[in-house]
Ligand binder design. Sequence first.
Ligand code: DOR
Ligand code: ZN
Length: 442
Amino acid sequence: MKAEFDLVLRDAIVMTPNGREAIDIGIRGERIAGLGSLAEESSEKTLRLPGLTVLPGVIDSHVHFREPGFIHKEDIETGTQAAVLGGVTTVLEMPNTSPPTTSAGDLQDKLARAHGRAYTDHAFFVGATVDNIEELFKLEQLRGCAGVKVFMGSSTGSLLVEDDATLERVLMATQRRVVVHAEHEPRLKARKRKAESMGHPRAHPEWRDWETALTATKRLLAIASKTGRCVHVLHVSTAEELEVLSRHRDLATVEVTPQHLTLRAPECYEKHGTFAQMNPPLRDGKHGDALWKAVREGVVDVIGSDHAPHTIDEKKRPYPSSPSGIPGVQTLVPLMLDHVNAGRLTLERFVDLTSAGPARVFGISGKGRIAVGYDADLTIVDMNKKQRIEQNWLASRCGWSPFEGKIVQGWPRVTIVRGRVVMRDNQIHVPIGRSARFCGTL
Ligand code: DOR
Ligand code: ZN
């Protein structure tokens, strides 16, 4: 007779919607099929996990995997390898590739490229441009579409929606979540000279200053209010934006990144130079403290890595011709668990920000919690393990991280995607990733 479960996980602490529980997890096929005290003979296989903690699979809703067009920086295979080594089970990928993901064909191409090569489940954002607004409604319904991305300020790539009228049309043309890079393009253009004349990345937060971010975020909120459409504000980086966003929780959800929470200007620019250059910039302690306050007070919905790899040679170009972006999909979990161990947030809050939060914001079906009937996506961590982040552990093709050499406490040990072990103790297995499903689409 066939056993009730294919796999049972035992002896771990499990983070369920009830809190921390010392229970077994029974997996049948791709789903969680039983929770509680499960009989020995109920399963074909057993994985004993003493001393470990099982979290719902971590969803990184902000990665740039560069394929097609820039595969010398990263591709879907190396990017998702980095993801599973870092305990991430699902990624939502950004459209500023070459070509940018702006049509059904572009989306289909990315899904085809991911097939048989992706280690995580995945979906792809479609980029909004002045030219594809009429098609957005159709595009966002397609399988494998995560939502719609808008760049209000120029960053890596050519995607840009600069004016309020076009932004309003984008919001009116769509139903799914619109995610926004909020930097005010006219102010960026007007202040670029600052960066050029200083010629050092410590100018980056002065060029792309708090007002550049705040102006765009306020414009965005005004249009969200006018259209009645909720938006998701990516990589929020300033105290001023958080103050405004905290008064508009009915209009906007909020993402912050581990690097904005962890690194501080000016030290990061002295230590890492252009390797700490990203958009919007890493800023000083006043803003960092405000980000942590917003994490604790529930203003932040999601932690996304904004994994944005560029090669070492590219980053070594003299500022500001050096590209902006920092890799992070592999270091999100270790860095944030280290913050948990340091008492800056609870493990419950971490789960809320990296599983439940993204599932809620993007309407991802069957993911984001450990519950019967949900996908068996699990991030299994050792909260006590102290480990140095080493270059030879990093799988990203870019080959570097600003966190190299940092010792953290808290480390991913096993990554399970829909019931299959895809990483165990730094060994990665088969690329069984599939497109994630979303409520309201086929
Ligand atoms: O620093 C950044 N890098 N910010 C972005 O908005 C884009 C990203 C990239 O793709 O390199
Ligand atoms: Zn990004």
